[in-house]
Ligand binder design. Structure first.
Ligand SMILES: [Zn+2]
Length: 116
């Protein structure tokens, strides 16, 4: 079953990183993580994912989980810099991050303390 990007609705594809396989949008560069997967990728991985994007489009629509349609809500957490937007689904535990936000999150010194 295909899942569609919550941002631009292109089909998400599996991308195998060093230690984890993620669902990634090759169009807008966003990544959908299963619960805790975001903690298993490196800054290098985040940059690699960001480099694949073909567009900087960020839709103004509400973002919904491709699994259950639940609204994705912004995570506020000490480990996330204020200018970085990372969304999650409270029902499925998925985490959704735009390409540049993911890179900026992984650059942050506190990203290793990230706990949902
Ligand atoms: Zn997308």
């Amino acid at each position: 079953m295909y899942m569609h990007c919550p941002n631009c609705h292109h089909i998400l594809v599996k991308v195998l990183l060093d230690s984890v396989e993620v669902d990634h949008c090759n169009f807008c560069g966003a990544t959908l993580f299963d619960m805790n997967e975001i903690n298993r990728i490196t800054l290098t991985d985040a940059r690699r994912l960001a480099e694949m994007k073909q567009s900087d489009v960020i839709s103004g629509e509400e973002k919904l989980s491709p699994r259950d349609g639940s609204p994705l809500v912004r995570i506020t957490n000490d480990a996330i810099p204020q200018f970085v937007t990372i969304l999650h689904s409270p029902t499925t535990g998925e985490v959704f991050a735009f390409a540049d936000d993911l890179v900026n999150f992984k650059k942050g010194a506190k990203c290793k303390n990230f706990i949902l």
